[in-house]
Design a protein around this ligand. Structure first.
Ligand SMILES: C[S@@+](CC[C@H](N)C(=O)[O-])C[C@H]1O[C@@H](n2cnc3c(N)ncnc32)[C@H](O)[C@@H]1O
Length: 188
């Protein structure tokens, strides 16, 4: 993977760097070359999310904003709230909007903080429940991710409107053992 040698840096803040290489955009959260998102993942996100999201949506993990932009493009989505732990990620997202001459979307609210602290406070802060909640704040699915999601899911479920849906990004490279545990978590 040569994106960080041959690619062009198009946005950066602190330890967060975005490269353009070929047709793809790469998000690194440093100080090493830790790759957190690639724009080509949009195909897999669309395959998993389909046209399911609707109404008031909540997303955890902004990254490059690929999912945010997809959710906001769906006709049945009324609003989107994104929880993101890193100010640098939100700054880089802002830089990418400017670069793409995109004024942003007034339906999009970004809340900066750790999901564990922000999630339990959202209903009182925003005074609303959600139709769709999507978790995508991990880079892979392992034992720690399963434990983390086990803690967060009951909170998320209590924040849903009637018939609301909670989903989590499924990394296609997840080992079978964790894939089974992951699907069990979301199978309600
Ligand atoms: C895999 S990326 C998300 C990719 C994103 N869905 C996209 O469309 O590009 C994970 C994001 O979750 C954020 N994150 C990690 N831990 C978090 C936490 N505890 N609370 C909130 N956000 C977190 C990271 O900073 C990163 O921006």
């Amino acid at each position: 993977m040569l994106y960080f040698e041959e690619g062009r840096i198009v946005a950066s803040s602190g330890h967060v760097t975005v490269y353009k290489y070929g047709r793809d955009t790469y998000l690194e959260i440093g100080p090493g070359h830790n790759l957190w998102a690639i724009s080509s993942e949009i195909k897999e996100y669309i395959r998993q999310l389909r046209k399911i999201p609707y109404g008031d949506c909540l997303e955890v993990g902004l990254g490059l904003g690929i999912v945010s932009n997809y959710l906001l493009s769906l006709p049945k989505v009324k609003s989107l709230t994104t929880i993101e732990i890193s100010k640098d990620i939100t700054e880089v997202y802002r830089q990418l909007l400017v670069l793409n001459e995109n004024d942003g979307d007034i339906r999009h609210t970004i809340m900066i903080g750790d999901v564990h602290e922000v999630l339990p406070t959202i209903i009182s802060k925003l005074n609303k429940k959600f139709d769709f909640i999507f978790f995508d704040h991990y880079s892979l699915i392992d034992e720690d991710t399963i434990d983390d999601l086990s803690l967060l899911l009951p909170i998320a479920t209590s924040m849903l409107k009637d018939d609301g849906i909670v989903m989590g990004w499924f990394d296609p490279y997840t080992p079978q053992e964790f894939a089974e545990q992951f699907y069990k978590l979301f199978d309600n």
